[in-house]
Design a protein around this ligand. Sequence first.
Ligand code: KG4
Ligand code: ZN
Length: 370
Amino acid sequence: MIVLGIETTCDETAAAVVERQANGRGRILSNLVLSQIADHKAFGGVVPEIAARAHVEMLDVLISRAMHEAERGFHQIHGVAAAAGPGLIGGVIVGLTTAKAIALVREKPLIAVNHLEAHALTARLTDHVPFPYCLFLASGGHTQIVAVRGVGDYVRLGTTLDDAIGEAFDKTAKLLGLGYPGGPQVEKEAKFGDAGRFSLPRPMAGRVDCDFSLSGLKTALRLEAEKIAPLTDEDVCDLCAAFQQAVVDVVADRLRQGLRMFRDTFGMPSSLVAAGGVAANEAIRKILHRLAFESGTVLVVPPAELCTDNGAMIAWAGAERLALGLTDTLDVSPRARWPLAEVTKPSRAAPTFVPPAPDLAERNAGAADA
Ligand code: KG4
Ligand code: ZN
């Protein structure tokens, strides 16, 4: 089964074509991501209106390139998937409307994919990870610990009460005069810094739940920076190192708790899966490895380009849903907010999608792609 996937929920315009084989394994046929970082850099963060306009300008070109690279015509795909939320609504409308148009004209099933579900299922595309597993999703917009029990079957164990981890990295970078996006910059500076010079809090550490709170840490860092302003290069490195170490300690404490909650409720997870841009951080990866080992499971981190926003994850989530007969109608709405718990589940008697035989698909091709 072959699915086209479209991602436009934030500042990446992305299109990809992915194949889901009958044995459930995945193969990426093309995966194109156009980052808008340059468009937003001057503003120190994503400007929704600029993002939406940039998606409009580039999406059609990107889709045709993705189809070309995959060496597939529209007649050869079995469905069109687009991220229908959560995200910046202007961008979501662009991607979903484009997918609807293709689905309508090419008479293909439409799959309105939850962006978080796509992050959650990526490890099945890259590593064929079996259910259930424990997901740690840490991006610019989300910080969640989720029990992934099946397609459409997610239990959120913990979330952030205020800022997402990536957002905290970005705000720290902005405060210290580093570039956007901030995570990679903070990590770079932290390598040369002394984490012990400042004493920052570890918010929520020791609590029995597995929620996060990052805004107090960000404020504490600002107060430390104000005390010693103007900042030298060494100060910036030390502040970055102290901040990153505090985040690592918080992740260790919260995720240790999350894994315990997972085991108590659902038994042993097949793995600990990391997703989202923050998973690219080496210090965080290191602690995730240790946590997985401590709790007797393994860490699975998809390659960096599939941890950050991309079209392949949307196409794959679309394929997983399509395989279970989970499709959407053309009147499905884009959603700025869409918690994972509200994603539709397959019913027990879910019809299984069987792709048409290749010869039939080929015969239908002529008219469709002419
Ligand atoms: O998943 P993603 O590409 O986009 C969404 O937010 O959905 O994640 C981007 C976030 C940004 O906040 C960025 O600063 C953060 O991930 N990030 C990092 C690193 N690389 C990206 N944070 C810490 N360390 C990094 N190396
Ligand atoms: Zn994302």
